[in-house]
Design a protein around this ligand. Structure first.
Ligand code: FES
Length: 107
């Protein structure tokens, strides 16, 4: 876990040790706490971008964080186009970044 994730002892809402979850992002294990979204686990572990746009290949990650913009799409356990900010991370989730270039694009 990185400095972006506060130690639970500093959290006034949850003073006891949280349950942990481990997901895999493109094969790399990432640790989080129970209740975090997949996007939350990824962001707390470091990466800010985990998708590229179809036309220009620009990096995208969390933009709205509330399920509106679809910038955070990932594949979760074989299901494509899952909004990472809306899916609660479950222990053992296999997350794969997505990039679907349009035909004829240079991305
Ligand atoms: S960040 Fe906007 S839908 Fe997930």
């Amino acid at each position: 876990m990185t400095a972006r994730l506060l130690p639970f002892s500093d959290d006034p809402i949850r003073p006891s040790a949280p349950a942990t979850v481990t997901i895999r992002l493109d094969g790399a294990p990432l640790d989080g706490v129970a209740g975090q979204s997949i996007a939350g686990v990824i962001l707390a572990s470091g990466p800010l971008a985990f998708r590229r746009t179809s036309v220009s290949g620009r990096p995208r990650g969390v933009f709205c964080g509330i399920g509106v913009c679809f910038d955070c799409l990932v594949e979760v356990n074989g299901d494509r186009d899952v909004r990472a900010c809306q899916r609660r991370a479950a222990d053992g989730d296999v997350v794969v970044t997505q990039h679907d270039p349009l035909p004829g694009s240079t991305a």
